[in-house]
Design a protein around this ligand. Structure first.
Ligand SMILES: NC(=O)c1ccc[n+]([C@@H]2O[C@H](COP(=O)([O-])OP(=O)(O)OC[C@H]3O[C@@H](n4cnc5c(N)ncnc54)[C@H](OP(=O)(O)O)[C@@H]3O)[C@@H](O)[C@H]2O)c1
Length: 258
């Protein structure tokens, strides 16, 4: 299939849904997609956070809408998919960015409730959104799904058992889905960052010992800025990656090369 090499990153007219788009990595991704012409729908559990992000994106000239939803709730996700289709039409791009890691402790000290909370958002949430938005993409015969995984989905990290299980889960879920949906024109990939400076990692980046340990283990010797994750997502959302599916792009400062 030939593509226009000049406009292959252009997302004009494409409806892109970004879960957890109100802050952190998701906000950077939503801002970048809007800057490339997409109509972006950001979603999350907190209306005020979404409104503030939408205001910023809109102020910069982007087309944006904000709809609250908890990705771990089947009802919320189905309601979100219906609302997006009604207001904007079928979504061409879904970015599964919403994620949590509420704990940093050994498995023997982890409660079932803690395990369930992380799996419900990071893994079940990805299943629910892929299913809900995938229906429209399959009918349309095209679409791109990008899930924000983690180095923790590719290699083991200490004291983050449920998180690594959830991210390893989305890695293999993505590859399975990619095989099923490739003949139907829907591509499914992941982006796997290492440590990024956001609310999620504030406890680590502000901790002198842990921060130093992470920095020394990262070949680039620093945490990433959230904007540094967005480029890989724009690429996977666009025609520049039309023959790419079932893949993981590591945006990890060299972490998984070592
Ligand atoms: N920061 C890192 O170092 C790093 C590294 C690798 C991978 N990641 C991954 O990147 C993604 C974004 O992380 P981040 O660092 O930007 O985290 P963050 O700053 O804590 O933001 C998380 C976002 O997800 C939303 N969210 C959480 N639970 C949700 C739920 N049940 N339903 C809907 N939205 C929910 C939050 O909004 P509400 O709280 O308002 O719902 C927020 O917008 C996550 O999947 C994370 O695992 C992060």
């Amino acid at each position: 299939m030939s593509i226009d090499l000049k406009t292959m990153f252009d997302l004009s007219g494409r409806v892109c849904v970004v879960t957890g788009g109100g802050r952190g990595i998701g906000k950077s991704i939503a801002t970048a997609l809007a800057a490339h012409g997409a109509t972006v729908v950001i979603t999350g559990r907190t209306q005020t956070t979404l409104d503030a992000a939408a205001e910023e994106i809109s102020h910069a000239g982007g087309k944006v809408d904000a709809i609250t939803a908890d990705v771990s709730s089947e009802d919320d996700v189905e309601r979100l998919a219906r609302a997006v289709e009604k207001r904007h039409g079928v979504a061409k791009v879904l970015v599964n960015n919403a994620g949590v890691n509420a704990i940093y402790k050994r498995v023997e000290d982890t409660t079932l409730a803690e395990w369930n909370e992380i799996i419900a958002t990071n893994l079940t949430g990805v299943f629910l959104t892929c299913r809900a938005f995938g229906r429209g993409m399959l009918t349309a015969g095209s679409g791109s799904i990008v899930t924000i995984s983690s180095i923790g989905g590719r290699v083991g990290l200490g004291k983050t058992g449920p998180y690594c299980a959830s991210k390893g889960g989305v890695e293999l879920f993505t590859r399975s889905l990619a095989i099923d949906w490739a003949p139907k024109g829907v591509r499914v990939n992941t982006v796997a960052p290492a440590y990024v400076e956001t609310d999620l990692t504030a406890g680590l980046s502000e901790h002198p010992v842990l921060s130093e340990r992470i920095t020394q283990r990262t070949p680039m010797r620093r945490f990433a800025h959230p904007d540094e994750i967005a480029g890989a997502v724009v690429y996977l959302a666009s025609d520049a990656s039309l023959y790419v599916t079932g893949q993981t792009i590591g945006v990890d400062g060299g972490w998984t090369a070592a």
